[in-house]
Design a protein around this ligand. Structure first.
Ligand code: VGL
Ligand code: ZN
Length: 187
């Protein structure tokens, strides 16, 4: 059984947002098409949200855009909401991460519907063996989520046309890292 994992497709990571990535809107529209495609054949479709309250040094007034960032995805703000193209989709679950410290991987999060449930537990309970990972940012949260999924023993594909990087170079580098770790890049 294969699941689709939609990583951090939130307004702050899209054009007009606090930490915008160039391809954000395109990727959101493409993911919406995939979710609505009955031929895609996913047994489950989940999303993650970067979900900050007071994440310490993850926020900085002088960010380096590697380990520190402008204020983004603050709980209760529009920037933390899912992109309009996907916000009304019926995700089977949403996993939120990063309340009080940086958390790049969706596997560090917990289910919106039950704080005690992690993504690993949730996916295994539903007999998910394989995941397709898409979303934002290729070079940060997508990469971290893919690497954790591999460590947890899932078969992993990352769909690069449905991912948006912070920078093109670090995005390409991240895809190579995911591939060397055992992910398939593309279908
Ligand atoms: C992310 C930077 C800071 C991400 C989250 O979702 O890739 N990037 N927080
Ligand atoms: Zn963040």
């Amino acid at each position: 059984m294969r699941a689709l994992v939609v990583v951090d497709v939130q307004n702050d990571f899209c054009p007009g947002g606090a930490l915008a990535t160039e391809r954000g809107d395109m990727v959101a529209e493409g993911i919406a098409d995939l979710i609505r495609d009955p031929a895609a054949g996913y047994g489950a479709i989940v999303a993650t949200q970067d979900w900050h309250i007071d994440p310490g040094e993850h926020f900085s007034g002088s960010p380096d855009f590697v380990d520190s960032w402008p204020i983004h995805c603050v709980v209760g703000t529009g920037g933390a909401e899912l992109h309009p193209a996907i916000k009304d989709e019926a995700f089977d679950e949403i996993f939120r991460k990063g309340e009080y410290s940086a958390a790049y991987s969706g596997f560090e999060g917990h289910a919106a519907g039950d704080e005690t449930v992690t993504m690993t537990t949730w996916l295994r309970f539903r007999h998910v063996t394989d995941v397709d990972v898409v979303g934002i940012a290729t070079d940060h949260c997508v990469k971290a989520t893919v690497l954790d999924a591999l460590r947890e023993g899932f078969g992993v594909r990352v769909l690069p046309e449905l991912c948006s990087p912070v920078t093109v170079d670090t995005g390409e580098q991240a895809l190579r890292e995911m591939e060397s770790a055992g992910a398939r890049v593309g279908r």
